[in-house]
Design a protein around this ligand. Structure first.
Ligand code: DAH
Length: 348
């Protein structure tokens, strides 16, 4: 028995020496892992093999061999821990060396986008009206015949309903709105006076396309209803708007016009910014540029939405966004807005 104990203690000492010797050349985590499994591994480690024969020893033998084994095990474990730390430090240094960042290197330029000129124009116009207490609302691009035409006092045989102008989805019933005016009806039906709203949005017309006409463009509609409103309110409000948008020096004028949903109706012109009213190509030598259509909301329209025309009045207006942007930026080709040509868009 003594001999067997001695032999086991001897074996443990050999394991210890061998393990320490084999740890010497280990330089990577993978090698260290192998070493760990070989000597300290729970299943096949060399120490484990000795632990397996322990139950057969005498009490004294178990104690002596057990003590030695624990001593060897903890010594090897502390070697393992120390080497693991060494390797980790070495690898970290290697990574830092390899991935070194040069903070003095010039940065890479990331191009910054900006707003489309039409979006900007819409925002500038609605901002002016928001300052005057108007709300900004939006509505559907697919409309019914009722909202786009009937409720706006546009009878069945009106030229603007012509197949040439309207993109019908279900002929006579459903269409792509040809104007933002149907939102007048929707807004009035949803609220009670006083009403103050502006509606920017896309509109569609089946038109021949050229430098100043597109089948899809944008309008901004406006509506004000209360119990005091007169034609003077309309003029004051729209004149203030024009001066806010274009600057104090500009003149406005109103010309009589016709729209089925307003009575009286007018068009508002602004003095030409290009020639200051003297006459040039931009204003076709008239000194004036057309800005918007407007008028007092027709009593028929008020009755249609359940407002009493004796009690409430209001005015409405509508303007083309492309036309404002063309004039503002001196562009002569409407199709550029939707051509997605960055050389064009980057100028704004
Ligand atoms: N909807 C008209 C158009 O597309 C523009 C317009 C004119 C709107 C007069 C209005 C208005 O609200 O009062 O030509």
């Amino acid at each position: 028995m003594i001999d067997q104990n001695e032999a086991l203690l001897d074996q443990l000492e050999q394991i210890r020496t061998k393990a320490i010797a084999e740890l010497e050349p280990v330089t990577t985590m993978a090698e260290l892992e192998e070493w760990d499994i070989r000597y300290l591994g729970r299943n096949r480690g060399e120490l484990k093999n000795i632990a397996a024969v322990m139950p057969k020893l005498t009490k004294d033998g178990r104690r002596a061999v057990g003590q030695k084994m624990n001593a060897v095990k903890s010594e090897l474990e502390s070697h393992l821990k120390a080497r693991r730390e060494e390797i980790r430090q070495k690898e970290l240094l290697a990574t830092l060396e390899k991935e070194r960042i040069d903070v003095t290197m010039p940065g890479r330029h990331l191009p910054v986008g900006h707003m489309h000129p039409l979006t900007r124009t819409i925002q500038e116009v609605t901002d002016v009206f928001m300052k005057m207490g108007f709300q900004v609302v939006q509505g559907p691009e697919v409309e019914t015949d009722y909202y786009n035409f009937q409720a706006l006092n546009i009878p069945a045989d009106h030229p603007s309903r012509d197949m040439q102008d309207t993109f019908w989805i279900v002929p006579g019933e459903l269409l792509l709105r040809t104007q933002t005016s149907p939102m007048q009806i929707r807004v009035m039906k949803q609220t009670r006076p006083p009403v103050r709203a502006v509606v920017p949005g896309k509109v569609f017309r089946n038109e021949a396309i050229d430098a100043t006409h597109e089948a899809q463009f944008h309008q901004i509609e406006g509506l004000l209803i209360d119990d005091q409103c007169t034609m003077a309110t309309l003029k004051g409000c729209l004149q203030t708007f024009a001066r806010e948008l274009y600057g104090e020096g500009r003149q406005v004028r109103f010309r009589a016009s016709y729209f089925p949903f307003t009575e009286p109706s007018a068009e508002m012109d602004i003095s030409c910014g290009e020639c200051n009213g003297k006459g040039c190509r931009v204003c076709k030598y008239t000194g004036w540029v057309e800005l918007l259509g407007c008028g007092m909301v027709h009593p028929k329209v008020l009755r249609e939405v359940g407002y009493d025309p004796k009690k409430y009045r209001g005015f409405a207006f509508g303007m083309g966004v492309e036309r404002i942007a063309l004039a503002k930026y001196g562009i002569n080709e409407i199709r550029l807005f939707t051509s997605n040509d960055l050389r064009f868009l980057r100028q704004f």
